[in-house]
Design a protein around this ligand. Structure first.
Ligand code: RIB
Ligand code: CA
Length: 314
């Protein structure tokens, strides 16, 4: 699973997106433990153009200029993309004006790039996939190049819920945006850690902590504070009144500090019908086919302490 320096090889597939941005910041602050092989973008929170531009700006802004950014699927497998403009703003980052960057995508054929980069890993090394958006790219990667599975240690994804949704009463956004892709990933036979709403709605920062970030003299803290201030105002309905759930950051903090979390083993199927339940993740405790570890507990004070310390280190 790890690279030659015993760091965890990871690949982030994202739709930045404010909490995707914080997940990238966490990754930049964890390069002692994580080796980020690359970033692929998927349409979700915003269009492919916007999330790709945001991924380029974010990796440059957080000091990861060397990390390749590649463009993945321009939309879900079946339905058109429906950006969450009300949640992440017109630019996808809470209208927080990050510096422009001269960085360009390494490939416009992101899924093929992911395949070749993962197959090129030295013998004995594997990669942990970290999807924080709709699972379109991961489904296409595994279905088009099934031989890549031998190079994938596990998938640590943000998505789903065993207890109701956020974009509809039944479904969490990433799964709802592309249920067919999600079903393909959950059925692929790879070990999955599911960072769903059961844990992410309990994993965030309070308004007072966000305001402190906004007053920081350190640009990474200030930018994340401004993005999270927008996110808090847009998502107060989702969880606790004065706490913003930083959904995607849970994937990274699970990798660096797994002791913060608890969960249970389940089997997951996705409702791909066209009714009100579309995108629901049906989680059952079937003992014979468990391949998903569903997180549902977090040590919130420690989560906040570590997240804030990582932001301060940038
Ligand atoms: O439901 C939360 C998820 O949907 C997060 O990944 C957020 O970025 C949005 O994509
Ligand atoms: Ca996301």
């Amino acid at each position: 699973m790890n690279d030659k320096n015993n760091k965890i090889n990871i690949w982030i597939d994202c739709d930045p997106g404010i909490d995707d941005a914080v997940a990238l910041a966490m990754t930049a602050a964890s390069r002692d433990a994580l080796h980020l092989l690359g970033v692929s973008t998927v349409a979700g929170n915003q269009t492919s153009d916007r999330v790709t531009g945001n991924a380029l700006k974010l990796t440059a802004f957080f000091g990861m200029d060397d990390v390749p950014v590649v463009r993945g699927a321009r939309g879900p497998l079946v339905r058109p993309v429906e950006p969450a403009e009300d949640i992440h703003g017109a630019d996808g980052l809470g209208n927080c004006a990050l510096p422009e960057t001269g960085k360009n995508v390494t490939s416009e054929s992101g899924i093929f790039y992911m395949y070749t980069r993962m197959m090129a890993l030295p013998d004995g090394e594997r990669v942990t996939l970290v999807p924080t958006g709709p699972l379109t790219n991961i489904a296409l990667l595994l279905r088009t190049f099934p031989e890549v599975k031998k190079k994938i240690a596990r998938i640590v994804l943000m998505g789903g819920s065993s207890s109701g949704g956020n974009v509809t009463p039944a479904a969490e956004f990433n799964i709802w945006a592309d249920p067919e892709a999600a079903q393909m990933v959950f059925a692929a036979g790879l070990p999955i850690v599911m960072c769903g709403l059961d844990v992410t709605l309990k994993s965030g920062l309070y308004g007072s902590q966000i305001e402190t970030l906004c007053r920081s003299s350190r640009r990474a803290e200030r930018a994340c504070g401004q993005m999270l201030r927008f996110y808090l105002d847009a998502t107060r309905h989702e969880g606790e009144e004065d706490m913003v759930a930083i959904h995607d950051a849970v994937t990274i903090l699970y990798l660096t500090n797994p002791e913060l979390f608890g969960g249970r083993n389940v089997t997951v199927n996705v409702d791909c019908d066209w009714g009100a339940e579309r995108g629901r993740t049906i989680c059952t405790d079937e003992s014979n086919r468990q391949s998903v570890y569903l997180l549902d507990q977090v040590n919130l004070p420690e989560f906040q302490r570590i997240l804030l310390a990582k932001l301060k280190s940038l």
